[in-house]
Design a protein around this ligand. Structure first.
Ligand code: ADP
Ligand code: MG
Length: 238
């Protein structure tokens, strides 16, 4: 686990500024939901934290250390996307262990971590299957397993459930909640689903056109949205 701090983050693509001046401190073990309309900069922000996108200006710190110059691997962050991109020719176990193999872990260590993650995610019986033999929810669990085995300091989720049907979304939401209660890894969870944000997060951060519009606990935002924009996302429908 590690704290994550954003210090005056600014991001421009050419003449287009997409993140204006964002500062945010996320505590060790905290679960943050990042919400906001399409195009407001959520994915860009996550990608900068992960090291997949250059920061135009400002610093990202993880565990108190500025990581701007670090590669994604060195940052020890795991990212879960909506398209889980599993390797079709590999089994579930091989998919889950692949990153550990790249990091040079021994076969025993890989097997132990994969088995442990499989137990957490109820994948033990599926370890020998190929992705094509899995349901959407099972594939999403494998994608999470692949992230967990690396024992990351931070989890980044980018709308991980948006490709699933409504029933499965509800189920996966509880699984993510249970998982966080078990591993307590600092998490930043991007979603445009109000209920997901309300049920999962310790704190919700509302983004609008590259600025933080408001942040607070789900209850605070629900009861006292700062403006109509926030109310539209989180507040009571009245
Ligand atoms: P969100 O995830 O909130 O939907 P994004 O972070 O994907 O938003 O995008 C924020 C803004 O940055 C959008 O206006 C998008 O068009 C723009 N953008 C994202 N990636 C690029 C890129 N590689 N080049 C130029 N503009 C980009
Ligand atoms: Mg996005």
């Amino acid at each position: 686990m590690a704290s994550v701090e954003l210090h005056n983050i600014h991001k421009a693509y050419g003449a287009l500024t997409v993140i204006h001046d964002i500062s945010l401190a996320i505590e060790d073990g905290e679960f943050i939901a990042l919400v906001g309309p399409s195009g407001c900069g959520k994915s860009t922000l996550l990608r900068m934290i992960a090291g997949l996108e250059e920061i135009t200006d400002g610093d990202v710190s993880i565990g108190g250390q500025v990581v701007n110059a670090m590669t994604p691997r060195e940052r020890n962050i795991a990212m879960v996307f909506q398209s889980y991109a599993l390797y079709p020719h590999m089994t579930v176990a091989q998919n889950m262990g692949f990153n550990l193999k790249l990091s040079g872990e021994t076969k025993q260590v890989i097997e132990q971590r994969v088995n442990e993650a499989a137990r957490m995610l109820d994948l033990t019986k599926l370890l020998d299957r190929k992705p094509a033999q899995l349901s959407g929810g099972q594939r999403q669990r494998v994608a999470m397993g692949r992230a967990i085995v690396r024992n990351p300091a931070v989890f980044l989720f980018d709308e991980p459930l948006s490709n699933l049907d409504a029933k499965l979304r509800v189920q996966m939401r509880s699984e993510i909640k249970a998982l966080h209660q078990k591993v307590q890894t600092t998490s930043i969870y991007v979603t445009h689903d109000q209920i997901e944000a309300m049920t999962l997060a310790d704190r919700i951060v509302v983004l609008n056109q590259g600025n933080i519009e408001q942040q607070g606990t789900p209850i605070e935002l629900y009861r006292k949205p700062a403006n109509l924009f926030v109310a539209g996302f989180i507040g009571s429908p009245a």
